[in-house]
Design a protein around this ligand. Structure first.
Ligand SMILES: NC(=O)C1=CN([C@@H]2O[C@H](COP(=O)(O)OP(=O)(O)OC[C@H]3O[C@@H](n4cnc5c(N)ncnc54)[C@H](O)[C@@H]3O)[C@@H](O)[C@H]2O)C=CC1
Ligand SMILES: N[C@@H](CC=O)C(=O)O
Length: 335
């Protein structure tokens, strides 16, 4: 039984893929190599209409006819049904994604900086164009988190969350703790494994974690978080001595993001989002979350304590979340 029934049994969905780096490459590979399997399972044929990149010569595996350096023209082309944005950054991502949404095209993005910085504007663009807007891949890689917050937990009342939301930082801290590895060597490994942002300062300074925490807080507490107001401290000042001294006390240092619902539901009381390296006891559930894995504890009135863990960075885990969103928007828009 296919996932969708459409007006045409051979419905073709044309996807504009913006970005063919660590994440985009994996998405492109799944769409092309698993085309028949996905068609049999879903009931629609998903194909790449084009791939926007910075330098076409660096992508010999993509047919030249599909490559473009103009993401705006590709995303708003008349034959494009869905846009997947995996370029990163704000420019041109913001004007391209908002135009696609306003013109009625559903958009799936992995770009947390974009979603956190332009939360209200992008949701307004989606509403104006009656377009589905999905960003599961933007927070904690493959862990289903955005969809559970938007759907499964929407009738509950979340009181707080605490999480490890950056794979690069957790990889570095784990390597320093378990292997006594120097910071720079561990960072280089995280970059080589495809975990780090194009500008790795966003990871190690805690900026990426703050973007993700802002998205989670907006979803958890039905509010619009002022991203610019979040103070964050990254892991650049965490030394091997700090790690060893925490270890001697039975603790482990993690980059923790936390947020609590204000005690009074008063719009004037700002949400406090905290991002900082924190020594937690080895018995804490997040203490065993190691390497590029992410983990988040969510406390809700009815559900109680939830602990979600899984691969938080890397091309394949992120592609998993993007493909899930892709089939959700196809189901919502074309089925
Ligand atoms: N690498 C990871 O583990 C994860 C990354 N993400 C997010 O996914 C997005 C992409 O990340 P990566 O694939 O790691 O980055 P990347 O740097 O490996 O790839 C970026 C791609 O976008 C293209 N691009 C950049 N600017 C462009 C422009 N102006 N016009 C056309 N193409 C352009 C580049 O040519 C490249 O193909 C970012 O928003 C990142 O935060 C999200 C979850 C995990
Ligand atoms: N650079 C990010 C990638 C995933 O969001 C990280 O390390 O977590």
């Amino acid at each position: 039984m296919p996932w969708f029934t459409t007006d045409s049994p051979s419905r073709v969905i044309n996807v504009a893929l913006l970005g063919n780096g660590t994440v985009g490459k994996e998405v492109a590979q799944c769409i092309t190599e698993r085309h028949e399997e996905l068609r049999a399972r879903s009931g629609v044929a998903v194909q790449l209409a084009g791939v926007a990149v910075g330098e076409p010569s660096r992508h010999p595996e993509v047919p030249r006819s599909l490559l473009t350096t103009d993401p705006y023209s590709l995303a708003t082309r008349a034959d494009v049904d869905v846009v997947i944005e995996a370029m990163g950054g704000l420019d041109p991502a913001y004007p391209v994604v908002s135009s696609a949404l306003e013109s009625g095209r559903p958009v799936v993005t992995a770009n947390k900086e974009l979603v956190a910085s332009y939360w209200s504007q992008l949701h307004k663009s989606a509403a104006a164009g009656h377009s589905d807007f999905r960003y599961e891949a933007a927070v904690a890689g493959a862990i289903p988190l955005v969809t559970p917050l938007r759907q499964s937990l929407s009738g509950d009342r979340i009181s707080n969350f605490t999480g490890i939301l950056n794979g690069t930082c957790n990889y570095i801290l784990t390597a320093m703790d378990i292997h006594d590895q120097p910071f720079d060597a561990a960072l280089q490994e995280a970059i080589d494994l495809g975990y780090a942002e194009a500008d790795y300062a966003r990871d190690v300074k805690g900026i990426d974690t703050a973007d993700k925490a802002a998205i989670l807080a907006s979803l958890s507490f039905d509010t619009v978080v002022d991203r610019a107001a979040i103070n964050c401290e990254g892991i650049t000042n965490v030394s091997i001595t700090d790690i060893r001294s925490a270890r001697d006390r039975g603790h482990v240092i993690k980059l923790i993001a936390s947020c609590q619902r204000p005690t009074h539901d008063d719009d004037n009381v700002p949400l406090e989002i905290d991002v900082r390296p924190t020594a937690i006891p080895r018995s804490h559930p997040l203490a065993t979350v190691s390497g590029a894995t992410n983990g988040i504890e969510i406390e809700a009135a009815l559900a109680g304590n939830l602990l979600l863990c899984g691969p938080g960075a890397g091309g394949q885990p992120t592609a998993s979340a993007i493909l899930g969103d892709l089939f959700t928007v196809i189901r919502n828009t074309y089925a």
